[in-house]
Design a protein around this ligand. Structure first.
Ligand code: GUN
Ligand code: ZN
Length: 433
């Protein structure tokens, strides 16, 4: 149990997509009042703080932005050491680095220590929730759940299903993978703030028998998420076509095996056709934009307007994809999303970005009302951001004339140095003076 407290400063939260009217809620002198149980009781302008909180302890952050903690909608726990390892494309990078590193995670002690380091990194970058890939090993996902539970985090992960086209030491079987997943669902799904994601690495590394078993698990456990990758690189798309010659396209493979639905989360989606977008729209799946990864691996440029085309808009989220991604910072990630949008001739405002990294991702992960908002009843998972954290930022901040201006500079120039404090369930877990 945490104790009640007030966090005071410049508050920012979203009621809805900022492209809609009245979606942005911000107070220059605002406050968030946290209950004993770690949920938000009230937020609004500080002068309107209800009398019941008059003797509650206050953490005051003048000139800092207090907002819901960031949600990373796609990140790889067992890749946290191999960030910034270059290769010519996705498949070369997987074969050269990722698969070998992930092989280590079958060792319980190694995985347990790595889980702590991974969560420390998320938190120090202002990320309070994540949908994380684990490795193929049951023990690795278990270790991450244990570490997240101890910290009271809202976290979603799952054992990765992969039974072909990778080194033997990181392959499972269709039956064994389904059995391990079912065991982990029974042990962890819905325990405290933890949820399970049925995790298919990508169509390249699963046999038809495994995809069928994953589809059955998803049908049997409708509260779980389904987490995978789709349409990231040209080489990968060709490989999928060869392996599933009957498929209309990449998305059709997942659709065929019952893996698409309102709880499905697919990373990348860079080269999706009109037909694929229609299927993703119809099923309610979310596609997650991972700009630092896409640029680093040369995978392609995400087209946000194509995904969200009126008539068949696909739900879009945003994520780091560490370690294809090159930063844990959701601020850096939003800055890169802005540059990708510029290269595509698209509009991506700071409000678009901060919405996606909070309420947008929460909605896509089925966690609206729980995280990603300062509204009453949500968990008080908060990040406090300093718009003048570095000399460069401080100089730029002097010129900011509006909230949107301040947020824009934060997403272009900010990183973990801009994270002044982080709260989980109202308890301070990270802070800089
Ligand atoms: N596709 C399949 N596995 C991976 C992975 O580990 N990272 C990325 N970026 N794409 C993938
Ligand atoms: Zn990924």
């Amino acid at each position: 149990m945490t104790s009640a407290r007030i966090v005071r400063g410049r508050t920012l939260s979203f009621r809805d997509d900022p492209r809609r009217d009245d979606a942005v809620v911000s107070h220059d002198d605002g406050a968030v009042a946290v209950r004993d149980d770690g949920r938000i009781e009230w937020s609004g302008p500080y002068p309107d703080l209800p009398a019941q909180f008059s003797s509650t302890a206050i953490d005051h952050f003048p000139d800092q932005i207090i907002m819901p903690g960031f949600i990373d909608a796609h990140v790889h726990f067992p890749q946290h050491r191999m960030i910034a390892a270059p290769a010519e494309d996705l498949l070369a990078w997987l074969n050269r680095f990722a698969f070998h590193e992930e092989a280590r995670y079958g060792e319980a002690a190694f995985a347990a220590a790595a889980a702590e380091r991974f969560l420390d990194k998320l938190i120090s970058h202002g990320t309070t929730s994540a949908l994380a890939f684990s490795s193929v090993h049951k023990v690795a996902a278990h270790s991450l759940f244990v570490a997240a539970q101890r910290r009271g985090l809202c976290l979603i992960t799952g054992k990765t299903l992969m039974d072909r086209n990778a080194p033997d030491e990181i392959l499972d079987t269709a039956e064994g993978g389904a059995r391990d997943s079912a065991d982990l669902i029974a042990r962890w799904h819905g325990v405290d703030r933890l949820r399970y994601a049925i995790t298919v690495r990508f169509a390249v590394t699963s046999s038809e028998a495994q995809l069928r078993a994953a589809g059955d698990l998803y049908a049997d456990n409708p509260g779980c998420l389904m987490h995978t990758h789709v349409s990231e690189s040209a080489g990968e798309i060709d490989f999928v076509k060869q392996q599933f010659p009957w498929s209309r396209d990449y998305t059709d493979v997942y659709d065929h095996f019952g893996l698409l639905g309102g709880n499905s989360v697919l990373a990348h989606g860079l080269h999706l056709s009109e037909r694929e977008c229609q299927v993703l729209h119809d099923t309610g799946a979310m596609v997650v934009h991972c700009p630092t990864s896409n640029n680093f691996l040369g995978s392609g440029l995400f087209d946000i307007d194509h995904l969200r085309a009126p008539g068949r808009p696909v739900k879009v989220g945003v994520a780091t994809d560490v370690a294809g991604g090159t930063s844990y910072s959701m601020l850096q990630t939003l800055g890169e999303a802005y540059k990708v949008a510029m290269l595509k001739g698209r509009k991506f405002t700071a409000l678009d970005g901060f919405y996606l990294a909070t309420l947008g991702n929460a909605r896509g992960l089925g966690l609206a009302g729980e995280i990603g908002t300062l509204e009453r009843g949500a968990w008080a998972d908060l990040v406090v951001l300093d718009p003048a954290a570095t000399e460069v930022m401080a100089a730029r901040d002097e010129l900011s004339e509006s909230l949107e201006d301040t947020l824009f500079a934060l997403m272009m120039l900010g990183d973990d140095r801009a994270v002044r404090a982080v709260y989980i369930k109202g308890g301070k877990v990270h802070g800089k003076e």
